[in-house]
Design a protein around this ligand. Structure first.
Ligand SMILES: CC(C)(COP(=O)(O)OP(=O)(O)OC[C@H]1O[C@@H](n2cnc3c(N)ncnc32)[C@H](O)[C@@H]1OP(=O)(O)O)[C@@H](O)C(=O)NCCC(=O)NCCS
Length: 155
């Protein structure tokens, strides 16, 4: 699939929207850290990430409407990727479109590999990553008993 969505980098005006999308119940349930964080903590984290050249937060746009965000962080394994579709725009296929755009963005950054860690029960996410040529690599268990699947995509 080709990338059909525009994106822009986040800026300091997006701090609240990124918090709302991150703290949404489904996003938390699907994250490694289910408990989340206070807004003040988020603000500090966000300011740090805006200055970090190895951390990218992109907002995907459908026309004038922000529909989701992507985070890519450089790690020793490659680009660690995570996505969240705006709660108002789930179930419309945006997640899959965002992943197609993410691969293009990661290519431009000269990443060799993208890595995604997905809760085993997150069927919608597993489906869209597999459709975007991510391959299952391994599984790990958290202290709370949940298992996550690690998927990789070679670029
Ligand atoms: C998971 C998420 C990224 C999916 O994006 P989305 O744009 O809402 O995806 P869609 O609703 O188009 O669903 C993708 C596919 O999964 C299917 N799907 C949705 N819910 C499902 C479920 N519970 N079980 C099985 N398949 C499901 C859809 O039917 C669709 O398949 P189709 O195109 O054949 O109909 C999005 O819902 C989200 O941001 N959730 C919260 C945060 C999160 O989980 N992020 C991912 C962390 S790895």
């Amino acid at each position: 699939m080709n990338c059909v969505l525009d994106h822009r980098k986040v800026d300091s005006n997006d701090v609240r929207m990124v918090f709302d999308w991150s703290m949404d119940e489904a996003t938390r349930e699907n994250s490694l850290n289910t408990s989340g964080f206070a807004y003040e903590e988020h603000q500090k984290w966000f300011e740090r990430k805006l200055k970090d050249p190895e951390y990218h937060i992109l907002i995907y746009m459908d026309g004038e409407v922000p529909v989701g965000m992507l985070r890519i962080e450089r790690t020793s394994e490659g680009g660690l990727i995570s996505i969240a579709v705006s709660p108002d725009h789930r179930g419309k296929g945006y997640g899959e479109k965002m992943l197609a755009c993410a691969s293009q963005f990661a290519n431009d950054l000269k990443y060799q590999k993208l890595v995604a860690q997905i809760w085993s029960e997150n069927k919608a996410s597993i489906q869209i990553f597999e459709r975007n040529a991510y391959e299952f690599e391994s599984e790990f268990e958290l202290e709370d008993g949940r298992t996550f699947k690690q998927y990789i995509r070679k670029l």
